[in-house]
Design a protein around this ligand. Sequence first.
Ligand SMILES: [Zn+2]
Ligand SMILES: [Zn+2]
Length: 278
Amino acid sequence: VTRIKIADENWSTTLPVIVKPDRDEWLGGFLLRCDRANCWHAGETVAHILQSTSTKYFNPLAPPPLHLWALGQAVGLSLTHMQHLTYQKELARLEGLIPRLLLQPAHSFLLGVCPECIYQLHFIEKAVALPFSQVCLEHELRLQHQCSCHTYLKLFPRGKPPFCCAACGLDWQKLPHVKAEHSAIQAEETFRYFFSRLFSQGTPKRLARLLSFIEERQRRKEASVKAKQPSVHYISRLIARGTLSLEDVVRDLVLTNASFDEAFADWTNDQDQIAVIE
Ligand SMILES: [Zn+2]
Ligand SMILES: [Zn+2]
C-alpha cells in the first residue's frame, strides 16, 4: 500500500480511481472499497471528506448530509445516491415526534462482517448497521466481530490496508466461516422484517402508535404482577431524552412478548394510508 499525501494531491473533487456503490452496500464498506481501489490505507477516503468539509469527526452510522454530499462529489454521484448507503432517509421519514432518531448509539455498534461477502466482492451489506444483525442471510454465515487474534474489527485502523485486522493484519476474508444456526437465521429474518416494515411503511404517527403499543403492553404486564410503583410514562421519558434509538424500541417491544405482527396490526387500515415507499 502506497501512502498518498492527500494534501499534496492535485485532485480536489473526484478520487483518482472512482468506485460506484453496490445495491444494499453499507457506507463503511463502500469507503473501504474506495480506499482499496486507490491503493490507500483504510480511512484515507474519509480523511479526504473531513479535509474537504473542514470537519473533524466521521460517523459511518449517522453521517451528516454534508459528509455524504462531499463523498458524492468525490465519486461523481448525487447526495441522494450516497444516502442509499445509509438508513438516514428512512430515519428522517420516521422522525417528527422524536427530535433525533437513531438506529443505535455509536457506542453500542459492534462492527460485524461476513467473510464470504468480503472474499467474493469486498462487500459489506447495509444491514450490518441495523441493531441485532448477526447473520449474512445470503451466505447463512455468522457475522464475525473479532479477528482470530481476539482483536475486535475496526473499520478504519490507522496505517493498515482496508478490510484487514487492526492488530495482526489478517485479511477479513480469512476470518472463520461459521455456519449460522437455524434459530439465528430465523431471528435475523424476524428483525429484518421489523425494520423493512418500519422503513417502507413507517410514518411519525405510526411510530408514535408503536410506542403507545409498547407502553400499553408494559402497563398490562405491570398490572398483572401488581407492581407497587408504576413506571415513568414511557413516551414522555423518551421525548424528554430527545433521542430515540430503534435498538431500544425493538428491545422494549421484545420484552413485552408481543409479536411484530401484533405491533403492526393497525398499520393497514389507519388514517396514514399513503405509505411512503420508494
Ligand atoms: Zn455474506
Ligand atoms: Zn488479528
